[in-house]
Design a protein around this ligand. Structure first.
Ligand SMILES: Cc1cc2nc3c(=O)[nH]c(=O)nc-3n(C[C@H](O)[C@H](O)[C@H](O)COP(=O)(O)OP(=O)(O)OC[C@H]3O[C@@H](n4cnc5c(N)ncnc54)[C@H](O)[C@@H]3O)c2cc1C
Length: 358
């Protein structure tokens, strides 16, 4: 049976970066991805500036910059009562941009392939067995199983790896997200819009010269009214197709176990309002590649300890803002109170935004 050093399940940002760095360090890597790329994803498509150093280390920053994208010079918060607060974002080479996930994720997957990872697309993980020192994995693509010494779960918030191993935390489908791309409204500007609405919120960002990313987030009972609001506001045809995802958040998982690493959303899902998920995915993918290499060298306990510590440090000082954002978007009263406060004290909102978009 074929034996790999590392098997990565999922070819989103976390999985591709982990596979790329692992292959670059000389390991034999296989990446299993359910979809055939390029594919879109439910996402606001915004890249936090902290992604740039990782993209540079991976050698793809220029390639991402050369992909069609929207420049984001400011964020505009809009209240339920249609009051606006504008906060400027950092400018320059390493500013925040919005790029479609079909383009961004393909750049990363191709980088992993180029660095030597074996990429198996249109292949879904279906079973996992732990046998002596390796994992035995089966996918829909081939009847024959293969083995890997280290398993990396990069398969998103509804992680199949976690589910098959009985580790997926219980969660309520408290909210749902919808996403689509629509023609860019004339004069939209280089801005990302975060708009509070009755029952949820909407995120909007230009992803190139002609398209706008449009996201809606709300409780299951609010999602149809939100869709009706978007249809009217943006004059959408009744045939507009939407992608959907749930849950919006769920309890986190310990990111490391014996020869098993969780990266990106598979480990921890944050409220999308602050637009940081891709950064956490990239960084945890990079950290997991180093941890996997150490595990294969025989330093499993130390590698696990280090990865857990670094994974925790990545979120330090940021999670409270994310929790505040979640509370604000879930409670209309808190949302409107916070908005009033931000209008009176814009420095407060500027401070919070700068903590996230550095
Ligand atoms: C509404 C919304 C808006 C958001 N906006 C932003 C934003 O603007 N900026 C930002 O940084 N973050 C945003 N996020 C968060 C961001 O989308 C995620 O954090 C990010 O995609 C996580 O990357 P990942 O690689 O961990 O997982 P994913 O991107 O989910 O990738 C997982 C991959 O695993 C594959 N897979 C799943 N199961 C299997 C299986 N059994 N076998 C094989 N393959 C499998 C999937 O096909 C997928 O390609 C948003 C999220 C939501 C819900």
């Amino acid at each position: 049976m074929e034996l790999f050093d590392v098997a990565v399940i999922g070819g989103g940002p976390a999985g591709s970066v982990c596979a790329a760095f692992s292959a670059a360090s000389g390991l034999r890597v296989v990446l299993i991805e359910r979809e055939k790329f390029p594919r879109e994803k439910v996402c606001g498509d915004c890249l936090n500036p902290e992604c740039w150093p990782i993209l540079r280390r991976l050698g793809v920053d220029q390639c991402v910059r050369a992909s069609p994208h929207g420049a984001l010079d400011w964020v505009e918060f809009i209240s339920v009562g249609d009051r606006h607060v504008r906060i400027d974002l950092p400018r320059g080479e390493e500013a925040e941009i919005a790029v479609k996930r079909s383009a961004f994720d393909s750049v990363l997957l191709e980088r992993a392939r180029k660095l030597g990872a074996e990429i198996r697309e249109a292949s879904t993980l279906t079973s996992i067995e732990k046998s002596d020192s390796a994992w035995k994995l089966t996918t829909t693509e081939t009847a024959t199983a293969f083995r890997a010494r280290v398993l990396v779960a990069a398969d998103g918030r509804n992680s199949t790896v976690a589910r098959l191993l009985g580790l997926l935390p219980r969660f309520a489908k408290e909210r749902v997200a919808l996403q689509t791309h629509i023609p860019l409204p004339r004069g939209f500007g280089n801005r990302v819009v975060l708009q509070l609405l009755p029952g949820g919120y909407s995120g909007q960002a230009p992803v190139n010269d002609s398209e706008l990313n449009l996201c809606l987030v709300g409780k299951p009972k609010s999602i149809r009214p939100l869709q009706a609001w978007a249809a009217q506001y943006f004059n959408l045809p009744s045939t507009q197709s939407w992608r959907t995802i749930t849950p919006l958040t769920r309890p986190s998982l310990p990111p490391a176990r014996e020869n098993l690493l969780f990266v990106g959303d598979a480990a921890r899902v944050v409220e999308p309002f602050t637009g940081e998920g891709i950064f956490y995915a990239l960084r945890s993918g990079e950290l997991a590649a180093a941890a996997g290499k150490e595990m294969i060298r025989g330093n499993a306990a130390e590698a696990m300890r280090d990865y857990i510590r670094q994974h925790r440090a990545m979120y330090r000082g940021r999670l409270w803002i994310n929790a505040l954002a979640r509370a604000t978007v879930i409670s209309p009263e808190l949302g409107s109170f916070f908005f009033q406060l931000a209008r009176l004290q814009p420095a407060l909102l500027r401070f919070l935004t700068r903590k996230i978009v550095k």
